[in-house]
Design a protein around this ligand. Sequence first.
Ligand code: SIN
Length: 290
Amino acid sequence: MNFDVRPLSTHLGAEIRGIDLNDGLGDNVAGELKQIWCENGGLMVIRGQENLTTEAHIEFGAALGPLFGAPDQSPLQDTVSRYIHPKHPEIYRVSNKLDESGEPLGRKGAGTYWHSDVSFRETPAGASVLHGVEIPPVGGDTIFANMTKAFEDLSEPMKDLLRPLHAWHDFEMAARTQYAKPIVVEDDMSGANKALHPVVRTHADTGKENLYVNPGFTSHLDGFDADESRWILEPLYRHATRAEYLYRHTWQPHDVIVWDNRCLMHYAVMDYGDAPRYMERTTCIGERPV
Ligand code: SIN
């Protein structure tokens, strides 16, 4: 299969044209894509997937790793069950649209904070695959932060200071503080998860170290009180979201973005008012961070 690849920014992202994910990918192409993905910081944008069926999306996601919600796997998170596609438990809907009975199709404003998907689970997300089915005429970009480059650029004493630390990641942190509170009810918290992860993790495929904390879900550093945690985490977040480490994606309809939650944070920009936006996401279960 012939396809075109071009970098999207200096440190992050590759754009792929000339692939139709509906056709399925042979092992060779899947391996080649995975290599391009790793070499470009864990971000690729596959353009022009107008014909992508939900089934083909799921098949593509499953080729990158076991999917949350697949028949033999755990669900993404009990608290988001109402936003899971009714016919496809592997699909999480991100949308501000309502269904025929006036119920929200997806979680409006999901991800409008820096985060790494599902970092509150012991085995958090690896790849996420997001299909932009309906895109607002302007706005609704997604921004990605390269946590490998952010770690690489720290001084050696700072790296040594961070390596032994662990941080708690807690779904409640985002639900209570970061997004649209009116849609979060007490019941939402009953299936919330929390997990302890190293602040610096080593990527299972590239062997590179990266920061693994995010303002969305990281509640505090293990053994530190809330103030002490903030003294360390907040400057780290400021550093990791410097413009040099970011790629901002302006969606075209039927882009498919594959990002690596193990080494990136992302932020969904909620600046499109009531213009309809509908995205479908599959989420791979990654390794336990080490
Ligand atoms: C997400 O955090 O998965 C949603 C990203 C987006 O809506 O742009």
